[in-house]
Design a protein around this ligand. Structure first.
Ligand code: SF4
Length: 669
């Protein structure tokens, strides 16, 4: 029994009920005398949301386990009190540890340890731990297995990790217990990488604790210091977002040194203001090298000069950069739109995304007597029905193949005439084309087939998609899983393209739209959108009339050029506006014209798309490389000769005037 005023010398372990690890100290039956090892104290720590987790019991983090999300890593934050500074001549007097995952505390471990030597008076003054307090505590050889069991399969975290882990490793060596290959994180090193001198003068735990407003103040007692370190760790994690660091492996990469050339350029970030905006790194000829955006310009730009920035392209870019231009914006939507426009205009060589919006592809149902599908780069109003945009040729070809699987549209590329008839190709014999080229299908009959595609793009894609999904089911039932997967993916590409087209259309026809979002400080962020283009942005600060501010915004808003019913912005910009509009909390302040979704649209396929996404995540990415864009030239049907599937065999030249054809799924319906 501990004396009044002193800590209980017995180890205290508190854990969650679903963890099936046996207690390191089995409870001792009452009245059977003192235990050989001290009993553990278990306390349930409630996990919000569920009482059971189907996650693996332990997640052993190793370098091979690339991309482990930080939220899924279990950390044990540990702190030791000792009799001195070196494990060679000092020993552990107290161990405190907190197990956390995803921001939730899963359990705590605390015990005093008999060091087997006198505690120096100055250490007792510092920690409050005296020789008398630890006299009845267990020795390290009894405590160590319990701690290792508590920490098994986790990542150890400590402030100045070499000190704490050095003592633990030395204790293992002394007691003959093998030291598990723990991954570790040092919060002191992390703080040096992520914080600047003007934020904290040094990275001691006692300095970081008030900076991050930790719930427990460090006081040189192991458990309290470990609890404070947990809050510091979480505070540092919040700094990782702007760096794009979300995994354990990226986190451990932070411990590397800052490239000296990059460090020398840190002065470039000095004038950059805080708040949302766009930054442009400019080179020797004032050319734009890289354009980026952030909700906090200052913090983001500074991060390029820390060890957190590990991309070699960025290191090269910073070496060349001569200055940084900062363009403060009213809110994140304006910043994102400005970024897109700047990238499209300057095509900075270190940006990879959005440099060539003009390269997007569309699938067009041509405007001719017997329309056909063709992949084009530009939408020309009145020149047919357009589906898309598609990011690349592969996606566009997948959509074309899916449509041809579903509809017997002609696949030859030449212009057909009502009066000059020709001969049919193999597709007619396979039942995949009505052969209007031979007069076997009238213009009206063919138009009813083409109308299904137009109706799918405009409003209801069911007649196009349902046959595809039925065929996927049939192929799966026959055990042709690969064919079913290919067709399923093509159908998904088609549904996504229809959805994208319909969403864009919904804004293209709205002359003016005013949106507002809370700015988090009692004010409102305002956006004025005309035909999908952001034409004005501002913030009505707390206490200021939104309507009055809006009137000012509207007087300076841009009037977009172009026809009334066409998008006035790039597809990417309109999609940014749509995402901002659909965020929870966004209010529709004013609308001119009609803002409406297509009905019935693609809503019924949301579950299908979700299943495809889930399936793709689980699939071997290297498992299916069958090209979707194969082009073949089917044989003509020659009277008296059998028809064969030329698309599968890659048959030779087309006889006559028909052009090249796009093949569908290899196996015929
Ligand atoms: S050539 Fe083939 S694809 Fe073209 S219309 Fe005739 S049958 Fe159809």
């Amino acid at each position: 029994m501990a004396s009044p005023g002193l800590s209980d010398p017995r180890p205290s372990v508190r854990s969650v009920p679903f963890d099936p690890v046996p207690p390191p100290f089995p409870p001792t039956p009452v009245g059977e005398g003192p235990p050989l090892v001290p009993p553990a104290t278990w306390r349930q720590v409630a996990l919000p949301g569920s009482g059971y987790s189907d996650r693996p019991r332990f997640h052993q983090a190793t370098i091979d386990d690339l991309g482990t999300p930080l939220a899924e890593v279990t950390f044990v934050v540990v702190d030791l009190e000792t009799t001195g500074g070196s494990p060679k001549d000092s020993a552990i007097t107290e161990i405190g540890a907190v197990k956390v995952r995803g921001g939730q505390v899963l359990g705590e471990f605390q015990t005093l340890v008999d060091p087997g030597m006198e505690i120096p008076p100055y250490i007792s003054v510092l920690t409050g731990i005296t020789s008398m307090m630890v006299a009845a505590a267990p020795r390290i050889d009894a405590v160590l297995p319990a701690f290792l069991e508590f920490a098994r399969g986790t990542v150890l975290v400590a402030h100045n990790a070499p000190f704490d882990l050095g003592f633990l490793r030395a204790a293992c060596e002394t007691t003959g217990v093998p030291w598990p290959a723990f991954a570790s994180v040092d919060t002191a090193v992390l703080a040096r990488r992520l914080l600047t001198r003007d934020e904290v003068p040094n990275c001691k735990l006692g300095t970081l604790a008030p900076y991050f407003s930790t719930s427990t103040q460090p006081c040189h007692r192991a458990l309290d210091d470990a609890r404070a370190t947990v809050d510091v760790l979480h505070g540092l994690f919040e700094r990782l977002g702007p760096l794009g660091i979300t995994s354990l492996e990226e986190l451990t990469g932070l411990t590397r040194q800052v490239d000296p050339q990059r460090r020398r350029k840190r002065h470039l970030a000095e004038h950059v203001p805080s708040g949302p905006g766009v930054y442009v790194f400019r080179g020797p000829r004032d050319e734009a090298l890289y354009v980026g955006t952030s909700n906090d310009l200052r913090s983001r730009v500074r991060s390029y000069f820390t060890a957190g920035e590990q991309r070699s392209r960025m290191t090269e870019m910073i070496t060349i950069a001569e200055r940084i231009e900062a363009l403060p914006c009213a809110h994140d939507l304006e910043a994102a739109v400005r970024e897109l426009r700047l990238i499209a205009e300057h095509k900075p060589r270190y940006n990879r995304r959005s440099r060539f919006p003009e390269r997007a592809l569309w699938v067009r149902l041509t405007d001719e007597v017997f329309p056909r599908l063709s992949v084009v780069r530009r939408v020309r109003p009145g020149a047919g029905v357009f589906l898309g945009p598609f990011p690349d040729r592969r996606a566009a070809d997948a959509a074309v193949a899916a449509v041809h699987e579903s509809l017997p549209l002609r696949q030859c590329t030449s212009r057909l005439s009502l009066t000059v008839l020709g001969t049919a190709c193999a597709l007619a014999g396979m039942g995949r084309c009505g052969a209007p080229c031979t007069g076997a299908q009238s213009r009206e009959e063919y138009a009813s087939v083409a109308a299904v595609f137009a109706a799918a793009v405009d409003s209801d894609p069911e007649a196009l998609i349902a046959p595809l999904l039925a065929r996927v089911e049939r192929l799966s039932g026959e055990g042709r899983y690969e064919d079913a997967a290919v067709l399923r993916d093509r159908a998904a590409v088609l549904v996504r393209a229809v959805r994208r087209r319909q969403r864009l259309e919904s804004l293209a026809t709205v002359p003016e739209l005013v949106l507002a979002r809370p700015d988090g400080a009692g004010g409102w962020q305002l956006s004025v959108v005309r035909r999908g283009r952001l034409v004005a942005a501002g913030v009505a600060e707390r206490g200021r009339s939104v309507r009055a501010h809006l009137a000012d915004l509207l007087t300076t808003a841009e009037t977009p050029a172009g026809p009334e019913d066409e998008l006035a912005a790039s597809v990417d910009e309109t999609e940014l506006v749509l995402r901002w509009m659909e965020k929870p909390g966004t209010r529709l302040v004013d609308v001119t014209g009609t803002l409406a979704c297509r009905s019935p649209g693609t809503g019924r396929y949301s579950a299908f798309l979700a299943r495809v996404e889930a399936g793709r995540a689980e699939r071997d990415p290297f498992g299916d490389h069958r090209p979707l864009s194969t082009r073949s030239q089917p044989d003509r049907v020659v009277p008296g000769q059998p028809v064969h599937d030329s698309g599968r065999r890659g048959a030779g030249r087309v006889a006559g005037r028909r052009g090249r054809m796009a093949s569908g799924l290899a196996s015929p319906t």
